[in-house]
Design a protein around this ligand. Structure first.
Ligand code: SF4
Length: 206
């Protein structure tokens, strides 16, 4: 995809000011070699649900690598799944993507059960966000618009029956399967470099 490297550089400068740790790679093939320098073998890892992590091969790498990978088995009971989700707060490294990264350096994620945003905010010593440059926006309004573009697609994919699956529009619903329950904005990392952001010069994710 065509993108403006000036905006990427501005975003990286602003991420740095907020004590995040930004990196840029040109292609999705460069993500794993970079991660290999950041995630030591033998450590405990987990990830939030993410199309981007699938496209970049990160989920397979976590599953099959020399890691203690924390993820519920497909046949887990609800209680087992809950126990596993709680364990993930103690992962050494937690990986996810972002719904939007504002060029002023703020990182925006929306979540339903909040199992993705909760360990991002607190718990794991290291958090790594992988995002295509298509996730960079200029304003919070554009970040929210991205979220409301993505949510109906994800709800439909999962098989939810929220009203947005009918027409692709947000109805600010009170449906029990609502996917937009928690809006998490990372404004600053009090622990310097706890949160690494790998921007990839390609269109990734939804
Ligand atoms: S609030 Fe409800 S209707 Fe709106 S996008 Fe989220 S799930 Fe869909």
């Amino acid at each position: 995809m065509d993108f403006d490297m000036t905006i990427v550089n501005t975003t990286m400068e602003n991420l740095k000011k907020r004590q995040f740790d930004p990196h840029f790679v040109a292609t999705k093939e460069e993500v794993l070699p970079l991660l290999e320098t950041m995630v030591p073998a033998g450590c405990t890892v987990a990830n939030g649900g993410s199309v981007t992590l699938g496209q970049t091969g990160v989920i397979d790498w976590l599953k099959n690598g020399d890691f203690n990978y924390l993820a519920p088995a497909p046949d887990s009971t609800a209680e087992e799944k809950k126990a596993m989700m709680r364990k993930r707060f103690f992962a050494d490294v937690f990986l996810l993507s972002a719904n939007a990264i504002i060029s002023d350096g703020r990182i925006v994620n929306e979540d339903g059960a909040s199992t993705r945003v909760a360990p991002m905010i607190y718990g794991p010593d290291k958090v790594i966000i992988v995002a295509g440059v298509n996730k960079i926006v200029q304003t919070m309004g554009q970040a929210n618009a991205r979220i409301k573009y993505v949510a109906p697609i994800n709800c439909k994919k999962i098989g939810f029956e929220t009203p947005c699956t009918e027409d692709g529009k947000c109805h600010d619903c009170f449906h029990h399967q609502r996917s937009c329950c928690t809006s998490a904005v990372l404004n600053f990392s009090r622990i310097p470099d706890r949160i690494t952001v790998i921007l990839v010069g390609e269109e990734l994710g939804v």
